[in-house]
Design a protein around this ligand. Structure first.
Ligand code: UDX
Length: 439
């Protein structure tokens, strides 16, 4: 089929490349000529495993093209996917729909008769119906559930597809687009516009709630002397609960979960529904950043002034160079405000981190970050950090003190190597300068 993908950011670039990979002819559209030029040359401006190779392959074969022209896109496409961003508004927690509205208006103006316009952006419930009322074209809603670091796989082999449609024809066209994905046995839910929109915000709210739940348990563990890692392991064995998204630590960040739960709470309130519990989810999440700073201060005898701190991690999670609302950088900046001399290292997110927080110090390698440090904070669980040999690291630092903000380092190994080890939601191991315990 001939498809267009409007918006070539993280979602759009991935969707366009994957649709080409499924065998469609695809034109990606963006108002940013710089982005279009880069993608035409097969370059992807962010880190996503497997994507750059896929874009290069399909731009090379001519199956995937990019343009800034809506006229060209309109004349070409049978189905147009709108994948533009919906950031948080400046004046409230609601979503800013300017880009979505503009993209729909422009492609509706140029689309061929019979074309289907499909929204993928995360929007407040009610948006699709409003757009359908406003434009004399057929519209469908097909939410995306992309997870950074797993985007290609998540598009080609999603857990489920959701089609919000008003006609059998729209469903038929979407089934055609996703035929290979459906043939592989992917679950499909065909529903109305409102439900399709809600699936996305409800899913993100549930995930955020799960993370904040375990982080609230981490707070209780800290107060009671329990170990949240063991607790999560035991909870996760209950198949009704499941072990995923029970990783306690400095909490969630990124371009989706924080803004989506705020926008959802805001939209629900407009509809007269109180989702106040999501405000607690948000607050618990933000408190974990405070706790990481407090633990750092505690380990350094009550003040961070003049302390040389190595922060391991800048991306909001591993396998990403995205630093939007990154807990790691937020904590790093707050340590800086308390007078610490902070050096950040991240395997992929250095450029983005420098742009967002130009006043922090940056190291070109893990070794450089650790050298001479008086405190180490582990805040993004990149494999390379999980695999650090504490006996090697201990020789580089001035004071062997470490805070594990992701709950994945082996406390016993670090302690045995001479580190004063602390982790969020876990008791201080024996011999770590803390109260007691554990072998
Ligand atoms: C999320 C949703 O997973 C995805 O379906 C949606 O489309 C967009 O938002 P993403 O933001 O890429 O995806 O990252 P995700 O892997 O969900 O992680 C979000 C944040 O939660 C990260 O900061 C991560 O470090 C944190 N997290 C995740 C935890 O703190 N604990 C966990 O157990 C899991």
């Amino acid at each position: 089929m001939r498809l267009t993908v409007i918006g070539t950011g993280y979602l759009g670039a991935t969707h366009a490349a994957c649709m080409a990979d499924l065998g469609h002819e695809v034109v990606g559209v963006d108002v940013d000529a710089g982005k279009v030029a880069a993608l035409r040359a097969g370059r992807v401006p962010f880190h996503e495993p497997g994507l750059a190779a896929m874009v290069a392959r399909h731009t090379g074969s001519g199956r995937l093209r990019f343009t800034t022209s809506y006229e060209e896109a309109g004349a070409f496409g049978q189905v147009h996917f709108v994948c533009v961003g919906t950031p948080q508004r400046g004046d409230c927690d609601g979503a800013d729909l300017t880009c979505v509205e503009e993209a729909f208006a422009r492609i509706a103006r140029h689309a061929r008769k019979g074309a289907l316009l499909v929204g993928k952006s995360t929007v407040p419930v009610g948006t699709a119906a409003r757009l359908a009322d406003r434009h004399p074209v057929e519209i469908a809603w097909n939410p995306e559930f992309l997870r950074e670091g797993f985007a290609v796989r998540g598009t080609l082999r999603p857990d489920r597809l959701v089609f919000g449609v008003r006609t059998p024809r729209a469903e038929r066209l979407l089934r055609q687009v996703y035929a290979p994905v459906l043939a592989a046995g992917t679950a499909l839910v065909v529903t109305d516009f409102a439900t399709a929109e809600l699936v996305k915000t409800a899913a993100n709210s549930f995930l955020a709630t799960k993370i904040s739940f375990i982080n609230a348990m981490a707070e209780v563990c800290e107060a009671a002397g329990g170990d949240v890692r063991d607790l999560a392991r035991a909870l996760g064995r209950d198949e009704r609960i499941g072990g995923a998204f029970l990783g306690a630590g400095v909490g969630f960040g990124g371009g989706c979960l924080p803004k989506d739960i705020r926008a959802f709470t805001h939209r629900a309130a407009e509809l007269g529904v109180d989702l106040g519990f999501l405000r607690h989810v948000d607050a618990i999440n933000m408190r974990r950043r405070d706790r990481a700073v407090a633990l750092a201060r505690e380990l350094c005898g009550g003040t961070l002034l003049g302390t040389r701190v190595a922060v391991l991690g800048a991306a909001f999670k591993p396998d990403s160079d995205d630093v939007r609302d990154s807990p790691a950088l937020n904590v790093a900046a707050r340590l800086g405000l308390e007078g610490a001399d902070v050096t950040v290292y991240d395997p992929e997110a250095m450029d983005n981190a420098r742009k967002a927080f130009p006043l922090l110090g940056y190291a070109v390698s893990l070794e450089e970050a650790l050298r001479g440090a008086e405190l180490v904070l582990h805040l993004t669980e990149w494999p390379q950090f999980r695999e650090i040999d504490p006996r090697w690291a201990v020789r580089l630092v001035r004071h062997p003190r470490v805070v594990d903000g992701r709950g994945v380092l082996d406390a016993d190994r670090w302690t045995a190597a001479g580190w004063h080890f602390r982790a969020l939601g876990r008791p201080a191991p024996e011999g770590a300068g803390g109260e007691r315990r554990r072998g």
